[in-house]
Design a protein around this ligand. Structure first.
Ligand code: TYD
Length: 214
């Protein structure tokens, strides 16, 4: 019997946008509908990529790496993650929900850090081959909400330590990507403001649309 391929859905947004919470709720929602779901994150998700994650953060923290170097390492981590985890799961009919993907490289290393967007797009085409996301759900929150929600966190990554300017660039970058359907992807912009339940209801509505339209 031919196994139907799982869907590959990316959750995007700045720190404090609620991705991590909403991805777990989305998993429950889809599992209640009888679907198989795997949640993962980037950079990381598998052992080798988690090691690259630590390396990127350490180099970034010490200002030893610019946007191109970061880009190469993020894609190296991504390549390993896609081939050892994501592609096999999709082939088995498992739906994969990920907290970030190459779309984050475009926003962070491209829009916010001034890296070359064409290069990022070109590498994405190569690395993402065979695992093109079916949808990107962008959780949109204001700068204020991001700052407020992150104030409660203790384990901020080096990108989270950047100032308000950087945050503004990220948010503007995401909006532009939604408008342009960056990467030829299907983007859904979801209002991430309000309570967990309110945002969850909005995300569920989008998931319904993604799974109904096939
Ligand atoms: P994480 O602690 O998972 O952050 P968040 O909760 O904000 O998702 O750390 C991931 C950080 O790495 C995040 O600040 C965004 C950054 N990042 C990039 O700069 N480029 C990338 O390609 C990816 C995947 C993440």
């Amino acid at each position: 019997m031919n196994q139907e391929r799982g869907k590959f859905i990316v959750f995007e947004g700045v720190g404090g946008s609620g991705k991590t919470t909403q991805i777990e709720l989305a998993k429950k929602f889809l599992e209640e509908k009888g679907l198989k779901v795997l949640t993962t994150r980037e950079p990381g998700g598998v052992e080798a990529s988690e090691k690259i994650r630590e390396l990127i953060f350490a180099l970034r923290d010490k200002n030893l790496i610019g946007p191109e170097g970061q880009m190469v390492l993020f894609f190296a981590a991504r390549y390993l993650w896609l081939n050892s985890l994501v592609k096999p799961a999709l082939a088995e009919g498992i739906n994969v929900l990920t907290d970030r993907a190459h779309t984050s490289t475009a926003t962070y290393q491209g829009f916010a850090e001034g890296g070359n967007m064409e290069q990022i797009l070109a590498i994405s085409e190569v690395v993402m081959e065979g695992a093109r996301p079916d949808a990107v759900i962008f959780l949109e929150v204001s700068e204020e909400t991001s700052i407020k929600r992150r104030a409660a966190e203790t384990n901020g990554d080096p990108f989270d330590k950047q100032g308000r300017d950087y945050l503004g660039k990220l948010i503007a970058g995401y909006r532009k990507m939604v408008q342009e359907s960056w990467g030829g992807l299907k983007w859904y912009m979801v209002n991430g403001e309000g309570t967990v339940e309110e945002v969850q209801a909005r995300v569920s509505e989008v998931l319904r649309r993604i799974f109904e339209t096939g």
